[in-house]
Design a protein around this ligand. Structure first.
Ligand code: PLP
Length: 466
């Protein structure tokens, strides 16, 4: 006991001394290493570093860090604080529409359109004839109608909002009929039964998990039915003994009963992707041609635009949504509308396959991806002796809940390091000035080139040397 106390007293005295030896915030902030930083950044970083060192000494660290190491740590903190938190990255994961990595990238013309209205004022809600108030939706609505054959269109913040709004505006207090095979969770807390309930409607489940027939819907119809809802189960697939009622049957039934037939197609393809083997993906125009009263989908999945939810269909169903109080809360801003309009114009001009990035990436021949992988591998091989670099065949996926299980043949650079594990290599690339995101397979870091544009390739070797 006595010995331990004596030992503690000695330690306390040593740590008091070490605390006194720490430089003041002011001294640290005025060191030459930090001279290039703005004064506030210097002081903020110095304060944090000195505080950290004090804490460490109080909780038993044996010696005070040197002033040089404190300055180095302050520099790292300040650099980090000056970097934007939201950054552009290189997506070498092989998932073309990665929700965590911002889904679709915009075509150059769409990115320019966003930048132009971001930096200046815009005629967002002006009627150019009268100079009075106009509609912010008019430009894109016209394009959407021409592209899909719909009577009217409405854009909201995302497809989650595009699911919520029609249920709230058209079915509150009444019944929405949905197949048990389509009671999906899209992600996070977005589960259809909860969405329908919180929009104020009553969910009527029909059929079973694997089989639902038109007779099941027919039996569920009552005078309280407001909507027959079909949801594309984007992110999973039921295979084997399974059946869903075809849209045509729902349209006939809804027509007879005077009930709205709504189709959440999720990914929002405007073009047929079957030539690339993506055969199960519904298109917006196909659903309208098939007779759906309302169709909704995301703007930033297969459409290849900015984050948005797009509603198209019969004017008599769109009209109440425009006037619903929720509309104001979920309306798109000028940046979204500018990016969406420019993207839709590419479809309108027949230039989507060559200019909309997600379509280019789906259509990109595997040999072209292989050549890109060879180029990146060649520049990596020169870099660091401890790296083992190989070009390997792999599969990309569309992602973003589109086309689950469908694979696109691709090529990747597989990197391993004799000194470091793949996890550490991945962490290092994510911390680079332009971060690179890959995926780990069999303790190698795989960098899939399908979603990496030619002008982004040089960032990969750069991330290894940073
Ligand atoms: C992706 C998706 C949603 C949600 O769309 P967000 O754009 O993420 O809000 C809703 N329904 C389906 C079927 C989807 O695939």
């Amino acid at each position: 006991m006595e010995r331990a106390n004596g030992h503690d007293r000695l330690a306390a005295a040593a740590s008091q001394e070490a605390l006194r030896a720490l430089p003041s915030v002011e001294r640290l902030a005025t060191r030459a290493e930090l001279a290039h930083l703005p004064p506030e950044a210097r002081v903020r970083a110095a304060r944090r570093v000195v505080e950290e060192a004090r804490q460490a000494l109080r909780s038993g660290a044996p010696v005070a860090p040197t002033p040089e190491s404190l300055a180095g740590r302050a520099l790292a903190l300040a650099d980090d604080a000056l970097r934007p938190a939201l950054r552009r990255i290189v997506n070498a994961t092989g998932v073309l529409l990665h929700t965590n990595l911002g889904r679709a990238t915009l075509a150059p013309s769409a990115a320019r359109a966003v930048a132009a209205v971001a930096a200046g004022h815009a005629n967002l809600e002006v009627d150019e004839e009268t100079g009075g108030r106009g509609s912010r939706q008019a430009h894109v609505a016209r394009l959407l109608c021409e592209l899909t054959g719909a009577e009217d269109a409405l854009v909201v913040n995302n497809n989650a909002a595009a699911t919520f709004l029609p249920i709230a505006a058209l079915a509150a207090g009444r019944e929405v009929v949905l197949s048990r095979g389509q009671l999906v969770e899209i992600g996070g807390q977005f589960r259809l039964p909860d969405v329908i309930r919180s929009a104020g409607a009553i969910l009527v489940e029909v059929g079973t998990t694997n089989r639902t027939r038109i007779g099941d819907y027919e039996a569920a119809l009552t005078e309280r039915t407001a909507m027959l809802l079909r949801v594309h189960p984007s992110n999973y697939r039921i295979v084997g003994f399974s059946e869903e009622a075809p849209l045509a049957d729902l349209v006939r039934l809804g027509g007879e009963a005077g009930v709205c037939v709504a189709d959440d197609i999720g990914s929002g393809a405007l073009v047929d992707l079957a030539p690339f083997g993506l055969v199960d993906e519904p298109t917006a125009n196909g659903s309208i041609a098939g007779g759906a009263d309302l169709v909704w989908f995301s703007g930033d999945k297969l459409l290849g635009g900015p984050q948005a939810g797009i509603l198209i269909g019969k004017a008599r169903y769109i009209a109440p949504m425009k006037k619903h109080p929720l509309m104001r809360a979920i309306r798109p801003d000028k940046l979204t509308l500018a990016g969406l309009e420019a993207t839709l114009r590419l479809y309108h001009a027949g230039r989507a396959w060559s200019e909309v990035p997600i379509l280019r990436r789906i259509a990109r021949p595997a040999d072209d991806v292989r050549e890109a992988a060879e180029r990146v591998a060649a520049s990596l091989r020169g870099e660091q002796a401890s790296l083992r670099v190989e070009v390997v065949a792999t599969d990309s996926e569309v992602g973003g809940g589109s086309l689950p299980g469908h694979r696109l043949p691709s090529w990747a650079v597989a990197v391993s390091d004799s000194g470091r594990g793949a996890g550490e290599l991945g962490r290092r690339l994510r911390a680079a000035p332009t971060p690179v995101y890959g995926r780990i397979e069999k303790d190698r870091l795989l960098l899939d080139l399908r979603a990496v544009d030619a002008d982004e390739e040089a960032w990969i070797p750069a991330a290894f040397t940073s």
